[in-house]
Design a protein around this ligand. Structure first.
Ligand code: GDP
Length: 196
């Protein structure tokens, strides 16, 4: 079966011939409504008015200058909710193709925070021996009055997950660049670890 969204096939080829710029596939995971698409759009610099044209596009590319070095990230927003308790081909594909993962919950939705733990477990199962960068993201930090998950809980969860943590607001573009710069730094640390 093929992907029903517009993810270029070359983005999914992970073999040794894959262009190096595609070695940085970042997959967004998280419950529906937590703000994955909004974060991807904020990352890619897509404005609301452009969104109609972009409809259906699920891969976002941008080159970031981090610590004086350029890195191109390809952000994939292809995660879908589980249907009738069945693991779909698309879900397992998402868990396989990422070089880094961003697990998103909404600070206004405790059940999405609980789902984040399940996603961490799924990921660990799917990529057992691999040391893949994971960033836990509490999005919608602008909605202070609706907060259900404290920043301390988010941090504590990241310690258990053994991953990085950041709170963002896709709506206000707050910490979105910091999030993806963090992804780049995590990828580089792993690369340097392999080279030495
Ligand atoms: P997805 O299903 O995870 O891709 O979530 P979306 O990106 O479609 O966002 C779901 C809803 O939350 C939309 O109405 C967004 O406008 C809203 N949203 C996303 N991020 C934020 C945020 O940081 N702050 C606020 N206030 N709303 C947000």
């Amino acid at each position: 079966p093929g992907l029903s969204v517009a993810v270029p096939q070359r983005c999914l080829s992970a073999g040794p011939d894959a262009p190096s710029c595609w070695e940085h596939r970042v997959v967004l995971l998280g419950d529906p409504g937590v703000g994955k698409t909004s974060l991807a759009n904020a990352f890619a610099g897509i404005q609301e008015r452009d969104l109609l044209e972009q409809h259906g596009e699920a891969a976002y590319e941008r080159t970031l200058l981090v610590d004086g070095e350029e890195t191109t990230l390809l952000v994939l927003d292809t995660w879908e909710p589980e249907r009738r308790g069945e693991e779909s081909w698309r879900r397992s594909q998402c868990l396989q193709v990422g070089n880094a993962y961003v697990i998103v919950y909404s600070i206004t939705d405790r059940s999405s925070f609980e789902s984040a733990s399940e996603l961490r477990i799924h990921l660990r199962r799917a990529r057992q021996a691999e040391d893949i960068p994971i960033i836990l993201v509490g999005n919608k930090s602008d909605l202070v009055r609706c907060r259900e998950v404290s920043i301390e809980e988010g941090r504590a969860c990241a310690v258990v997950f053994d991953c990085k943590f950041i709170e963002t607001s896709a709506a206000l573009q707050h910490n979105v660049d910091e999030l993806f710069e963090g992804v780049v730094r995590q990828l580089r640390l792993r690369r340097e670890g392999k080279e030495s």
